[in-house]
Ligand binder design. Structure first.
Ligand SMILES: [Zn+2]
Ligand SMILES: [Zn+2]
Length: 146
């Protein structure tokens, strides 16, 4: 059982569906009043985020055409079930990268998209234009000449 808590867009099919199944499992576990220290102590569980995380994964699953509609109700979390626990997302991201080349590739694609997006934002901010022109380099030269 592991809540990766990374951006669902950048998870491979195996890890996306795996985390989804495990959320259903751990919700049942919490409802039965079991202890979850083993998962909390190994950065695998954020008990109070189960429903929210399930909704995020289900959204991404639907985007990929799997048609998952049933919501997962947030189970109650008793004091001994570590309601304060959070997943260290940076550590989880690095661990997933290390384990899975498919997830790593998606993360890198995602990173490049973000970088491109940032460049467009910077350009728009600096130029006051709505979008980058077709031939950015030429237009910048023309602007500096004129
Ligand atoms: Zn589900
Ligand atoms: Zn993966």
């Amino acid at each position: 059982m592991r809540m990766w808590m990374v951006d669902p867009h950048s998870m491979c099919t195996k890890h996306l569906s795996g985390e989804h199944v495990e959320l259903h499992m751990v919700a049942g576990w919490l409802r039965r009043g079991r202890r979850v220290d083993g998962w909390v102590d190994t950065n695998c569980l954020e008990p109070l985020s189960i429903a929210r995380r399930h909704a995020a994964l289900a959204r991404e699953m639907n985007r990929r055409g799997w048609d998952h509609r049933s919501p997962l109700i947030q189970p109650p979390v008793a004091a001994y079930q570590r309601p304060e626990a959070t997943v260290d997302k940076t550590a989880a991201l690095l661990e997933l990268r290390r384990r899975c080349s498919a997830c790593r590739k998606l993360q890198e694609m995602q990173g490049e998209r973000h970088e491109r997006g940032n460049q467009e934002l910077r350009y728009n901010y600096l130029s006051g234009k709505k979008g980058p022109p077709k031939d950015e380099a030429n237009q910048e030269n023309a602007a500096s000449n004129g």
